[in-house]
Design a protein around this ligand. Structure first.
Ligand code: AMP
Ligand code: ZN
Length: 195
């Protein structure tokens, strides 16, 4: 059944929170009308405040789920809905040629969120090797793979801490060709050739 889409800040709680930790920033961010794009019964869609590409959205679930490691098999329809919302965001932003849709294996921010990110990776906010590798290696797990993983295992099996560390420390490599840059400035100069 189609979910009702709300394009204003309707549905957003304005209750002041007593304690605030930076990692709960996404739960706060949905209250910011400059970031909120839309919401429905199950999710908020916001613009990433520090976009790592020309177009970068986050689909944030309303249910109090911290991250993929807290997802249970009964959340399968929610994950499918988040994926469908990502598809809608891709369609309504089709001036960007292609998008990647996925989760970070070890997110820094709490409340389950799905990245919808155009694949140019051309952004002044993308500064470090960790940023780069978090979107271009197996640290970034596609939404469809997560859904298959949940159906097969009844929970989401994630890479270990050690594997995550290795993904983030991999040598820099262009995500579109075999170019191996010396450093981030070198990579950033190179990727604009693919835009
Ligand atoms: P993750 O590593 O998957 O937890 O990614 C968290 C994402 O949230 C990053 O892409 C950040 O740029 C973004 N972010 C961090 N703080 C905020 C905020 N206050 N509002 C909106 N987006 C944020
Ligand atoms: Zn390249």
């Amino acid at each position: 059944m189609p979910k009702r889409i709300v394009t204003t800040s309707e549905n957003v709680s304005h209750k002041k929170q007593k304690t605030f930790h930076w990692s709960s920033g996404l739960v706060q961010a949905v209250q910011n009308p400059e970031l909120l794009v839309l919401s429905d019964d199950l999710v908020y869609v916001i613009k990433d405040k520090y976009p790592k590409s020309q177009c970068h959205f986050l689909i944030i679930c309303k249910k109090d789920i911290g991250s993929l490691s807290d997802v249970k098999i009964e959340d399968i329809d929610l994950l499918k809905h988040m994926n469908e919302m990502a598809e809608k965001m891709k369609k309504s932003n089709d001036e960007y040629r292609s998008f990647n849709v996925g989760y970070h294996a070890e997110p820094s921010m709490s409340r389950l969120h799905l990245h919808v990110i155009s694949d140019d990776m051309d952004s002044s906010h993308l500064k470090t090797k960790k940023h780069w590798n978090s979107f271009t290696t197996e640290f970034f797990i596609s939404s469809e793979v997560v859904i298959e993983n949940l159906i097969k295992n009844k929970k989401v099996i994630l890479p270990s801490k050690e594997e995550c560390r290795k993904f983030l420390e991999l040598p820099l490599k262009c995500h579109k060709c075999d170019f191996k840059p010396k450093n981030m400035p070198d990579l950033k100069k190179h990727i604009v050739n693919h835009c």
